[in-house]
Design a protein around this ligand. Sequence first.
Ligand code: ATP
Ligand code: TPS
Ligand code: MG
Length: 293
Amino acid sequence: MKGEADFIAALRAIAHHPAARMLNDDAAVLAIGSETLILTHDMIVEGVHYLPDQDPADIAWKLVATNLSDLAAKGAKPVGVLLGYMLGENDTRFLKGLRDILNTYDVPLLGGDTVSSGGASRTLGLTAIGTATSTTVPSRTAAMPGHGLYVTGRLGAAMMGFEALRNHIPNIDNTVYRRPIPRLTEGQALAPLVSSMMDISDGLLLDSWRLATASNVTLAIKSQCVPIAAPEERRYDALSWGDDYELLFTAASDTSLPVPATRIGEVKERNGAPLLLDSNPISDPAGLGYTHN
Ligand SMILES: Nc1ncnc2c1ncn2[C@@H]1O[C@H](COP(=O)(O)OP(=O)(O)OP(=O)(O)O)[C@@H](O)[C@H]1O
Ligand SMILES: Cc1ncc(C[n+]2csc(CCOP(=O)(O)O)c2C)c(N)n1
Ligand SMILES: [Mg+2]
């Protein structure tokens, strides 16, 4: 076994509950009585997800935003969060950023746990709980041949911001990298209309590959159609670096979309590779996006 994908594949043998959606989705979908809870947990690690000298207020924002983004992908309304905190050098700034994002999205802090690092690399976790807002909670497994493939926003802004922040380049906006915007209102508006939906955290191409694999379809993507927030010569990087937290979804071509989104390709019956990038078949996910090894 090696790396994230193999470990999750092994976990599938343990996660039998239908709410786990075979670990093929952004979040668990747990029906309780007449309510459907949406549950997700994401971690961030110093030096892996954020730069060691970043303002802790931004780290708090990103930790909550990345989790709310997974709720957004299921069209969920946030109910609350639980924080797994490792004490650091400026906990007051962390609390400031935490208050900022929880107030912005009107999300209560419900609890959590606090530890000291003992010298280990700083790692923070968050569990986000939401409720479904549409009767069918969008999945990654129901993309339908004939439907269009769409993405919200522009990709590559986080990559550009990260590079500017790391290399101390002024005049390049790094807000999207530091403080991503979870697409909660967009996700809720889209949920009743889409055939499948997920958020893009690890890069458009890798996450499209996951969507195609989960739905057993081929996604044909036209790279030139993807709106990017990076120089043209960085187009492939913008499609594979990750951290943009936009929504990727499939919908019937005649759907009147309630939010701005760009059609970047189409869903086809599976024929060979899960991805066709500018007509080139791609059947190996290596190099398509970010993975933990
Ligand atoms: N350690 C783990 N234990 C149980 N389930 C896990 C674990 N790691 C990942 N999963 C599950 O595997 C699936 C895919 O996880 P993944 O982290 O790729 O999705 P994601 O949260 O949408 O992505 P990202 O972490 O990039 O935001 C999800 O259902 C997730 O809950
Ligand atoms: C300092 C620093 N170096 C590199 C990156 C790039 N990066 C790390 S994890 C990830 C995907 C989301 O993670 P996960 O899949 O764990 O949710 C991306 C794009 C970064 N954000 N910060
Ligand atoms: Mg996700």
